[in-house]
Design a protein around this ligand. Sequence first.
Ligand SMILES: [Zn+2]
Length: 204
Amino acid sequence: MAICVLCRQRKGKRFCPAVYNMICSTCCGTHRLKKLNCPSSCPYLRQAKAFEMAQKEAEWAQRGAQRAEIEQRLTAFALEEAISTFANENPDLTDDEVIAALKAVQDAVEREVMSGMVHEPKADGRTKDLALRILKNAQRMKQRIGIPHNVLLARVARLLTQKAMLLSQRTYDGKGYLKALLIDIKPNSLEELFERLTASQTRG
Ligand SMILES: [Zn+2]
């Protein structure tokens, strides 16, 4: 068995096309593309490359999922801040009105995605006012931090509708969602969030 020509310690089991001699797997891994001018045809390089790229892609996909989750949370905050602020101004607002407004928002945004044209939320009176307020908050967030795009907005409106329906069922007064919301999200706090986000960005 040949001795590795690089370290002269371990067994040289790999033919290295860069040094045109036998080297060990440790030296191959350590010096690959660094000390060694590896040709693309080397099977050891190709194998290592395939493995590392697969790993990097997995990491990237994971970062993508994390990012998507953050974007979803921020969008939910924008929508719920609009509801919280509106509920603060209209103390007799009910969960049913909120659910109707969220459904109208989802519907309008989905129409826009499909047609490429802006659609008014299909609702009346106070429900429409709330739907417009929710859309306005989404717009404000988009201007400040570039999200949400419409697909995300429609998704979050749908998820919040489900959340509101679930929480509403837990109480008999039809305000289970709104009560929980007003504890979680302070009215008129969207600007505060933007300022926090910008501050953390400049701090790095
Ligand atoms: Zn070696």
